[in-house]
Design a protein around this ligand. Sequence first.
Ligand code: ATP
Ligand code: FE2
Length: 323
Amino acid sequence: MKTIGIEGTAHTFSVGIFDGEEILALRSHTLRPEKGGIHPREAADHHVEHSGELIRGALEDAGLSKDDVELVAFSQGPGLGPCLRVAATVARALSINLNVPIIGVNHCIAHLEIGRFLTGAKDPVLLYASGGNTQVIALAGGRYRVFGETMDIGVGNMLDKFARESGIPFPGGPEIEKMAKNADRYIPLPYSIRGMDVSFSGLLTAALHLREKESMENIAYSIQETAFAMLTEVTERAMAHLGKDEVLLGGGVACNRRLREMVKTMAEERGARFYAPECRYCVDNAAMIAVLGHRMYQAGIRQKIEDTAVNQRFRTDEVDVIW
Ligand code: ATP
Ligand code: FE2
């Protein structure tokens, strides 16, 4: 069954095509604001502008015509309202125009399902670390439950904000990773864990203050070591509590080699297996939306156009996992 996925929760508009076995195409375009943070309306305009060419390009890459599409899947939330509404409108238009079913999916669950699909992980604890989201998720009692999460900003947001304040353009994460490689010492920063939850705003403020006396390389390194150790600790605790022996990474920050290394080491020390998809499937992408939409449809889940309103606060644990 050929499924077209539409993603547009934040900066990225993306179109992916999945045929049930293989990802046939993935085309994405990301808004990169020159300065300042993301403006939801500007991002929505960006999505409108790029949707047509991305859909055409993805169909071309897959060697399909629009009439070959059998199912439309889209990101229903969580995310920024204006952005979500563009993605949903594009998806509805496609579904009506092509006369094929539509299915709205949870964006966070899609990050998990693409990882399971690509790596073969069966029942992992997912560390989902992106710009807007930072959650530790696992299947329990038929739903994906959030066992730990950030109490303030996402880890990627923290990296992006530090970079922006320091004159480094968006996205800041990859630049911080590069700078950290040339550090010569670690400077302690606020390490903030409460139960299974983390917070990053104290670390961000302290790191910004350090700029008066420390090199950017050393600060970048110290931010990474501190923030990623926090994430690794809560992920390990979730694995121990739940008795799960697989860990999976997802979200844009999961592109980071140092985060991968730390979580992998933790997994090896516990005798657990470590999985991480390649970077383009960690960042926001529509292949994951197509894969999850396809799974849900195959499991018998159906939606009417009336059910496709977006949900900015769509929680991971609202969905019954019957696939
Ligand atoms: P979500 O809606 O899931 O919160 P998002 O809009 O934050 O998604 P993603 O594409 O998942 O989008 O992640 C983007 C984030 O990933 C940015 O904060 C960026 O700085 C960060 N990132 C990307 N590459 C790296 C890297 N190598 N190291 C650290 N952070 C990275
Ligand atoms: Fe995401």
